[in-house]
Design a protein around this ligand. Sequence first.
Ligand SMILES: [Zn+2]
Length: 244
Amino acid sequence: MRVKVPCVTCANVTDPKKYQLKLFDGELDDVGYVHVSCDKGHQSIVVYDSRRYEVLLQSASSALLEGYANEAISTFSTALERCYEFYIRVVLRSRRIAPEQIEKSWKEVAAQSERQFGAFHFLRLLEHGEPLKLNPNIAKTRNSVVHRGKIATTDDASKFGELVYTRIKDIEDSLNKNENDMEAEQKHEVASQKQQVPEGVEYVVLKAFSVKVDPATNEVVGFPDTFQEYLASVQRGKETGWSA
Ligand SMILES: [Zn+2]
């Protein structure tokens, strides 16, 4: 996924009073790095502190905004699957399960999303005493697009995105009671990302998040509550770059 980011070296060597933020096109890779080559020839890395499901949600929304409805639906669906994984990992961490045991068990389900969903479903029940309310249209739309090759409209993709966004928000809300373990899991992910930065390459860790802007004043007024607010935030990010 292409994103706009600043050059880390320029930001480090320039007097902060004289530094003017300039953004460059970079490519986000699977480790969560954005590789930046600036116009002065510096090569640096921005470590994207964002969960995989958040990155996929952003990528799906971007595809939707550009009119790629099928691509948006399949990526929204993957974002949801990775959100289930994040939930499972945080809950297991909160139950003090050793990381190597989690990895060992995850390997058994890594290639089967239905098994992962099953694990999520019952862990969520165990944690909250009732299952998460599920909208059957998510599986229906996903299957018709991914398995049967239905040509989706942007309206289909927008409705699907809304359902997925709402479910991801519900899962995030479910994790409120595990806040410390959620932070620990995030830190663990970022630490492993940092470890993989090649020696000698300058990097910075940037927290990517979306914000809600009041269109009348153009001021940041909080975080997006609805899918439409989130989409507007992704649209602004595409136009103006990092964390806009
Ligand atoms: Zn530079």
